[in-house]
Design a protein around this ligand. Structure first.
Ligand SMILES: [Zn+2]
Length: 332
């Protein structure tokens, strides 16, 4: 569908950006993430686990855990960040703009969290090393999670990762399969929201540079996005080979290959023309039609849109088996 985009004035008096009124999360949902979401929702005990964690922890505890050492961004505190967040929320036409906080985490990191009322947290280390365009990508990524309704699931995954699945017993059910499905979806949902980040940043180089800074932090200024994508392409080709298996077992965190693969997947989305079609022609899915796109119908549409199914499968295989970024902290 062709939609009427507008140009929004840039935050802090800079440039302007194309906005996507009424855009649906289906516009940027990665097919591998959709497949993983369906598997997760169908896993026996998923709803029970969700209710159990929600009931045991709840929104106030989550807010206390994350916000007691954080500073809230607003017109009078971090006003430039506030402007960037408002701009990003405008580009994705979010019905409600979540709160944004900054706190020191000892690493370049960002995440969206919350059970009923999602909010965003950027690490002060991220704010120190990223320029405003890169922060636009990060905010777009996190707001993508919010618009997609990911945050409750991510928060549950985060709680389980920190206090263990055994804390939430459900009588008569082994929840390991649910946990595995949740982890698989968590990893793959990043692929969708990197696309949302790109729709906000509107520059692939900026998006790749932001992913690089999540990998190496402060020294990323010396890195080159084209070289990083070349590295990603090599990894993609080798994703199912013996070298990948060695990496998988030797890498303690798994975050670095994940970020390399994420850059590669984003590059592929651009190369296949989907990004240009959305940005330049305004052809995107509308949230007003979300209700008509049934789960199965949505899946069929996505599969039809997959331009190269073999690449999708390679990415899927490569992503399978890595530790979720949440375990290390690079949540993004
Ligand atoms: Zn994310």
């Amino acid at each position: 569908m062709r939609n009427d985009r507008q140009r929004l004035p840039g935050a802090n008096g800079e440039g302007s950006r194309v906005s996507f009124p009424g855009v649906s999360f289906r516009t940027y949902e990665h097919p591998a993430a959709l497949t993983a979401l369906i598997a997760m929702k169908r896993a026996r005990g998923f709803d029970l686990l969700l209710k159990k964690v929600h009931g045991a922890v709840g929104e106030p505890v989550v807010r206390m855990q994350h916000l007691t050492s954080a500073v809230r961004v607003g017109p009078r505190q971090f006003p430039r960040l506030h402007g960037l967040k408002e701009e990003a929320a405008g580009v994705l036409d979010l019905p409600e703009t979540p709160e944004l906080y900054v706190r020191s985490m000892g690493e370049v990191n960002a995440f969206a969290v919350g059970m009923d009322r999602p909010f965003l947290v950027l690490s002060s280390e991220l704010v120190d090393v990223m320029n405003e365009d890169e922060i636009r990508f990060v905010l777009g990524h996190e707001l993508g999670h919010v618009l997609s309704g990911h945050v409750l699931y991510q928060t549950v995954a985060r709680i389980i990762a920190s206090i263990g699945l055994a804390s939430f017993p459900v009588a008569g059910l082994a929840l390991e399969a649910v946990d595995a499905a949740l982890k698989d979806w968590t990893r793959k949902s990043e692929l969708s929201c990197d696309r949302a980040g790109l729709l906000v940043a509107q520059d692939l180089d900026v998006a790749v540079r932001a992913l690089m800074k999540l990998v190496v932090g402060a020294r990323a200024e010396e890195m080159n996005p084209a070289e990083f994508l070349q590295q990603a392409a090599e990894f993609e080709l080798d994703a199912t080979g013996w070298r990948n298996r060695v990496y998988k077992h030797l890498m303690p965190s798994g975050s670095h290959p994940i970020l390399v693969l994420r850059a590669s997947e984003l590059d592929r989305w651009v190369r296949h023309g989907d990004y240009e079609r959305i940005l330049r022609s305004g052809e995107y899915e509308m949230r007003s039609e979300d209700g008509q796109a049934t789960f199965r119908g949505g899946l069929r549409d996505h599969i039809r849109e997959m331009k190269d199914k073999r690449d999708q499968k390679a990415a899927d295989r490569a992503l399978r088996g890595y530790a979720p970024p949440a375990q290390r902290g690079n949540d993004d």
